[in-house]
Ligand binder design. Sequence first.
Ligand SMILES: *Cc1c(COP(=O)(O)O)cnc(C)c1O
Length: 221
Amino acid sequence: MANTILTTILAELSPKAVTLVAVSKTKPQAAISEMYEAGQRIFGENRVQEVVEKYEALPKDIQWHLIGHLQRNKVKYIAPFISVIHSVDSLRLFKEINKEAAKNERIITCLLQFHIAKEESKFGFDKQEVIDFLESDVYKNAKNVNIVGVMGMATFTDNKQQVRKEFQHLKGIFEELKSEYFQAKTDFKEISMGMSGDYQLAIEEGSTMVRIGSKLFGNRS
Ligand SMILES: *Cc1c(COP(=O)(O)O)cnc(C)c1O
């Protein structure tokens, strides 16, 4: 019934022109094929080895998004094909992505990940780190990475007020970066926030890209 769920979610997203990243991590290729047959082309994965295997096996017009924490020594495996990396969270990682993209004669689209949740474990830049990054020569001289927005994960909690505040925080960061560093860059416009449990809230707070896994594919074991 992939079709029905997909249609329902797309009907919620399309009036607001929100992009759906179907998060297929841990799910078998058959489940992705089913979603592909129903028309979905953007899939999100959080592990390098898994996205490489799925890329090799599945249709080449799929746009693969890397949404999980990325180690520098693994960038080379995804650089030939990855469509968007949501999880750029340090200058050192950015530098590596730029290097591997250049080797592949590509420009890789990226989002800057921010730490907006209360949990310690979630990755991302904080305010001062991103300022240092955007003012660095490494950033200014990089030709093979295109930064088009921001990404964040809210705290895993039932407290909607908390989650809403965290999404507002990310939207605020986006607006600040846009006016201070990306004013002339019309394609700096993406706010990747919202998962199965909180994407409606995220859209209310200005999300342009939601990353939905379990609601589409069923719970992960
Ligand atoms: C797993 C994951 C998602 C999707 O989570 P669901 O709750 O299954 O929708 C979204 N974003 C990131 C970064 C994830 O790791």
